[in-house]
Write a protein that binds this ligand. Sequence first.
Ligand SMILES: [Zn+2]
Length: 220
Amino acid sequence: MSNIPTPKVPADLVLADSAIAAIKTQSNPPVSDAEMMQAVRTLLIGLGEDPDREGLLDTPKRVVKALKFLTQGYNQSLDELLNGAVFHENANEMVLIRDIDLFSSCEHHILPIIGRAHVAYIPDGKVIGLSKIARICDMYSRRLQVQERLTAQIADAIQGLLKPQGVAVVVEATHMCMVMRGVQKPGSWTATSAMKGVFAEDPKTRQEFMSLIRHSPNFH
Ligand SMILES: [Zn+2]
């Protein structure tokens, strides 16, 4: 890698991130891990459990650790995530990455959203490392989300970074808050899309993308 020149990170990178980060979070939340663990203990008591029984002794610690892992996207930014992996390239054919696994958490119930993202763009002089697309999906997934916003954030990020001819993002996901509680509809899944540039303007391009991602989702 050392002999590959590192392209300069575009100046609009930080801007792109802050423009889409409509939901601002604190990098140093004023709550300690001990307080968070205490809150989980309170939840256990509220559920009628005995937080001092053997099986639950370490549960508050584990829950806090798990929640922090599942929301680690709050501590990441596009800037550090990309680490300069935007390259100048005269490509103008569709780049598609399909079936990117997504694990997110719904902001209404803090229950899992499990699904896949399909991301395509048509470059206009700039391309991005393919693995970075998956990392962008991960970063926004690992926050408390609604699927619509997650989809839009992925599209906005790629639009802001590459200024491509177009971006298309489709997210297909199943929401545990719908499957395990509420309407209890296992097998239901939700599709959301965000189309920009030529994907929004040209039905043929959009159709090509949609036919490339056609399949039956199967999450269970
Ligand atoms: Zn929910």
